[in-house]
Design a protein around this ligand. Sequence first.
Ligand code: FAD
Length: 395
Amino acid sequence: AAAHVVVVGGGFGGATAARYLRRYNPGLRITLVEPATQFVTCPFSNLYLGGLRTWESITHGYDAIRSEGIGVVHASAEDIDATARKVTLSDGAVLEYDRLVLSPGIDIRWGALEGYDEAAAELAPHAWKAGPQTQLLKAQLEAMADGGTFVMSITDGAFRCPPGPYERASMVAHYLKTNKPKSKILLLDSKETFSKQGLFRQGWEALYGDMIEWISADNDGKVARVDAGALTVESAFGVTHKADVLNVVPPQKAGWIADRAGVTNETGWVPVNGNTFESAQVGGIYVVGDATIAAPMPKSGFCANAQGKVAAAAITADLAGQEPPPASFVNTCYSLIGPDYGISVAGVYYFDGEKLAEREGSGGVSPLEADEAFRRAEATYGAGWYASISADTWG
Ligand code: FAD
């Protein structure tokens, strides 16, 4: 019988792995397990908040994947027995696998930030998984009065999409400037620096004047406690900030099914072999995307997609009794500051024999000195990137 590969998670990493397994090995049996019948992307969800994208335009279905002869099961994986090579699903079905791919994304570490639990997220959304949380945040912005304050608390440590909070601030600023120009944005950061900082701050000043205030950790920006009912946060040194809309980007960890599979370590994330993305702890299980420890690669959809392809190639080789091909990855994170104002950071990564490394002389960020035409071009490239990565991942 044909070998069976089960893929858990139909987001950037999992859907890509399933489709590339099919391309590399047309005879393989492949089953994709994903509870949602439609996937809403975090990429460009900030543009939805800014009023530049519709909900439909960031939503993708699984018909194309199904039409390629991949079994798509809408259930969640509840348990994994790595010894018997079995996955138990929420509908009671048990899938036997020869190789397993996990791309479960992130989960929130509820309570790691004092006061921020699941109930608090219904009042002060994180919107760090695209879906109802994103729509809640948008509704709150729309209900906010002109002159209100949008407060964002930003975590430190490893988190999904390093430039994401700052693109969100930009897109919220665009919405407020257009609709509620007396409003303010306060960013309370647990870090001292952030991704593409010089470029973001330059763009904010050019487009939004002093609407956005960023407070770093060394200026008491780190939030120690959240009171979602009162819409207040308290800083590490005891200063209280009151919000009209409160957005919390909280501490994160690998999606919980990774714990069940025994592939996470004490950090809550998944160590992998950087050449194959096979778990460093459990043979036969490949983990890709945000759940993994893959620094210097960031936790991005583009990286999850690239890692999905590397894992698919490694599994194909392994099932054929061959050595895995040498892994190489590329990533670009575009951020939109205004409708015609884009910036980016890019990198090329490889496995150096011991660990993942960035290819010297590759990548980098957009130049600080650039004219309007350059920023406009990058905004266009960002839209092109979104169209092509979506087509590559979901068809
Ligand atoms: P996901 O894409 O989240 O997919 C995980 C899937 O697994 C989900 O569909 C989930 O339902 C499923 N799942 C979880 N548990 C189970 C289970 N037990 N059983 C079955 N299925 C399960 N990245 C970029 O490259 N460019 C951007 O511009 C960008 N912008 C972003 C903006 C924001 C605001 C945010 C929050 C993120 C952004 N990202 C961006 C990051 C990107 O969203 C993630 O890096 C990417 O989604 C990671 O892919 P993944 O496959 O690891 O997880």
